[in-house]
Write a protein that binds this ligand. Structure first.
Ligand code: ADQ
Length: 469
């Protein structure tokens, strides 16, 4: 069995025996523990001056964590700059928010080359390399330039936009050429895969051969052959189901229940990010109270939104906008004993969140564009099957491709989302159970282990040998 080498922008460094932070980290650790290997990437620390000269290695059984501190300039140009102010908005279809400049693109290339320099001596000839996300698109190409011929796969956690949007990026061909250095490129949905294939067809002289009815393509471009395939990421369904059964009785969940004094609860949980559609969501809740005043003083909306990427101006702006909106809507509708929106800029542990999800009658997940959205899946897995809540889900979340039994909404249609909330709050038990059971069937069949195994299996056989699905 080949050793696995995982490369991601951030490494979730875990002490032996401690639980990893998120589902993805757990899945990656499970894969690494099986095959042995390395998890390589940024430590999360920014230092004055140059980036760290040699990686810090931490051994944990068969697994080695290799991390690097980034110098301030590298962090600013690679991470805050090109990754988060150019690629993130571009990949989320937000051309109006992209900032384009040569300095940050050079910084992005420089840091990817630096990572490759530090990774290359750690690689063995029969290793398999699995690179994650938009920060590291050029990483595989940089390794190839250093003579590495190992099997290399890439997985994109964000959407992949259609070529009409992607071509707004100067030198977009360079980025896609770099992406084609991998043997396998994975996407969350068929829409993302189509964006990539359309780009190859329209912007290069490469070819695309669709394999099977859905989800797999053989790409020949830039002198290489690679496989592109859909792997919808998921959650650790059984673990969350069992966690939620007891988490509903945790101290925090009890406090939340008591504070509601019999009122219904709508919940939203997101990183504070403009892709998550939070202003539209607040407006939709306001619309619910306006159009269906019977919910005034009967429903509370809990929105948990820990700040992220606080150095980026657009994130400062959206934080201000949301605080103002929450204040205005609460000022308009609140009673002396009822606050319509409970807006919290903090994060909670998985157990507490699971308890909150279980208490909530409605899970409101309305990104304007999202690669997958794991919160949608977590909310469903945490419900009580005998009395489940209803998921209201944006059609623009990758999760909507697999979760058609949710109430699917257009997040830009504020009145439509308001009506969907009304429908969710008044849905009969029989319909709620039916929808929940159907959603759970998918979540049990395609959980995070299925995702990881499908990817690693495909990478083992990429690019030529893959089954017709
Ligand atoms: P994110 O944009 O971060 O991920 P998401 O898929 O919802 O979005 O994952 C967020 C994770 O963080 C969830 O597991 C959630 O429970 C947790 N989380 C969110 N808010 C929290 C809070 N307040 N406290 C504690 N935990 C919180 C990116 C892409 C997504 C894609 C994932 C995985 O943008 O589209 O689904 O990667 O590929």
């Amino acid at each position: 069995m080949s050793r696995l080498v995982v490369v991601s922008n951030r490494v979730a460094l875990m002490e032996e025996g401690k639980q990893a932070a998120g589902g993805l980290a757990v899945a990656i650790l499970a894969a690494l523990k099986k095959t042995g290997g390395i998890w390589f990437g940024w430590s999360g620390t920014v230092v004055d001056g140059e980036s760290q000269a040699e990686p810090t290695k931490t051994e944990a059984g068969k697994l080695t964590y290799a991390t690097l501190d980034l110098g301030r300039r590298d962090h600013e140009e690679y991470y805050n700059g090109f990754a988060n102010q150019t690629l993130w908005p571009l990949f989320h279809y937000r051309l109006g928010l992209i900032s384009v400049n040569r300095r940050t693109r050079e910084g992005y290339s420089r840091v990817n080359a630096y990572f490759a320099d530090k990774m290359e001596p750690l690689l063995r000839p029969d290793d398999m390399v699995w690179v994650h996300d938009y920060h590291l698109i050029p990483f595989g190409d940089e390794l190839r330039r250093r003579g590495c011929s190992q099997r290399m796969g890439f997985f994109l956690h964000t959407p992949f936009p259609p070529p009409e949007l992607l071509t707004a990026l100067p030198n977009h061909r360079d980025l896609i050429r770099e992406l084609c250095a991998y043997d396998l490129v994975g996407f969350h949905t068929a829409t993302d895969l189509r964006g990539f294939c359309d780009y190859i067809r329209t912007e290069t002289d490469g070819t695309v051969e669709q394999r099977g009815a859905y989800g797999t393509a053989m790409i020949r471009a830039f002198g290489r052959t690679l496989m592109a395939k859909v792997f919808p990421i998921s959650i650790d369904t059984p673990a969350l189901e069992s966690l939620a059964r007891t988490a509903g009785r945790s101290r925090q969940a009890e406090r939340l229940r008591e504070s509601l004094v019999g009122r219904r609860l709508i919940i939203g949980v997101d990183r504070l990010d403009y892709s998550k559609g939070l202003p539209q969501r607040f407006a939709a809740f306001e619309q619910l109270l306006e159009s269906y005043p019977e919910h005034c003083n009967r429903v509370s909306f809990l929105q948990v939104a820990p700040p992220s990427r606080e150095d980026v101006p657009e994130y400062i702006a959206i934080r201000r906008e949301l605080s103002e909106m929450a204040g205005r809507i609460n000022g308009r509708f609140a009673e002396f004993d009822w606050q319509p929106i409970r807006y919290l800029n903090r994060s909670f542990g998985q157990r507490v969140l699971a308890g909150f999800y279980r208490l909530a009658n409605v899970g409101l997940v309305t990104p304007l564009r999202d690669g997958m959205n794991l919160v949608a899946k977590e909310y469903v897995a945490c419900q009580d099957a005998d009395n489940p809540g209803v998921l209201v889900l944006s059609q623009f979340a990758g999760a909507a491709h697999e979760m058609g039994e949710a109430l699917i909404v257009n997040p830009f249609d504020i009145e439509g989302v308001g009506d969907a909330l009304q429908r969710a709050l008044t849905m009969p038990l029989g319909e709620r159970k039916e929808r929940h059971a159907a959603l759970m069937q998918t979540l049990r069949r395609q959980d995070i282990n299925w995702w990881r195994e499908s990817y690693v299996d495909a990478l083992t056989r990429a690019p030529y040998d893959f089954p017709v699905t």
